[in-house]
Ligand binder design. Structure first.
Ligand SMILES: Nc1ncnc2c1ncn2[C@@H]1O[C@H](COP(=O)(O)OP(=O)(O)O)[C@@H](O)[C@H]1O
Ligand SMILES: [Mg+2]
Length: 262
């Protein structure tokens, strides 16, 4: 189905699932401090699908790590699924991720010494779910890999490995699914299969998606696209705004730009 069939959740509503407020992240390097995020404010509504684009090194992956509670910002506030991440200690952040976040990476990041089934069962086992392996098997069936449960990652193609990673990311039914260039290591056809699966799985569960991508086909399926340049959001537009701009024959930069906090 096309992205316009589903009303986009309003990012301005009070039910934002993700709320980054003036997030700064500065790291010390040998050459002095590096400002990686420079005041990023972003609200993502429950069920919304947001594509994150921007040049390499602009801070996209860092922003995603902040949303997942894997990086602590140097300033600003991060709220996800009702949790103020700045108030959680490391154990609290681990529980937060276990309960609310699924992550997919460009390079799959499966555990090479575990079978597909074991890889998918890991998050459920961490959560103490008793029927972890049954649910992991259902998760693999949902991505078309019911016949590959005993295979190790090295025995699977790139596309199959990413399908295992999708099954793992969705198996605990997270509210928020983060993906960092999920089709970046795949050929066009395989990437298209992964994109379809990702959106189908999210659609069925009402999962909120934040997807970093250089893949125009993936970005085009999102409700909204955010552009990062040099640690700042420089453009934030909905699919409808993009469509209207295209119909008016306007170039992309003429679209409405939201300012931080709007
Ligand atoms: N641990 C780190 N130490 C120093 N610099 C880093 C570190 N991680 C990322 N960076 C720098 O931060 C910037 C943003 O990185 P990143 O978030 O990975 O960008 P993107 O995902 O948009 O390519 C880059 O310039 C990168 O070199
Ligand atoms: Mg990156």
């Amino acid at each position: 189905m096309s992205r316009s069939d589903r009303p986009a959740a309003s990012a301005a509503s009070t039910s934002a699932l993700v709320d980054l407020d003036e997030v700064h992240l500065t790291l010390d390097s040998g050459a002095g401090p590096v400002n990686i995020l420079r005041g990023v404010s972003l609200r993502v509504g429950a069920g919304e699908r947001v594509g994150v684009v921007g040049p390499s090194g602009s801070g996209k992956s860092t922003m995603m790590m902040v949303m997942a509670g894997l990086e602590r910002p140097s300033g600003g506030a991060v709220r996800v699924a009702g949790h103020d991440l700045g108030r959680l200690d490391e154990d609290g952040l681990a529980r937060f991720r276990r309960d609310h976040v699924g992550i997919v990476f460009q390079a799959f990041h499966l555990v090479p010494t575990m079978t597909a089934l074991e890889n998918v069962a890991i998050p459920l086992e961490f959560a103490g779910v008793r029927d972890a392996f049954d649910r992991a098997r259902q998760g693999l069936e949902a991505v078309g890999l019911g016949h590959r449960v005993t295979h190790y990652p090295g025995q699977l193609s790139g596309g199959e490995q990413q399908r295992v990673a999708l099954a793992r990311a969705f198996v605990a039914e997270p509210k928020l699914l983060l993906a960092d260039e999920p089709t970046g290591n795949l050929d066009i056809d395989t990437g298209a299969t992964i994109v379809k699966l990702l959106f189908d799985l999210a659609e069925r569960r009402g999962t909120t998606l934040v997807l970093i991508t250089h893949d125009p086909a993936l970005a085009a399926r999102c409700d909204r696209t955010v552009r990062l340049v040099d640690g700042r959001i420089v453009d934030d537009r909905t699919a409808a705004e993009d469509g209207a701009a295209a119909q008016d024959g306007l170039a992309a930069p003429a679209g409405r730009v939201r300012v931080a906090g709007e």
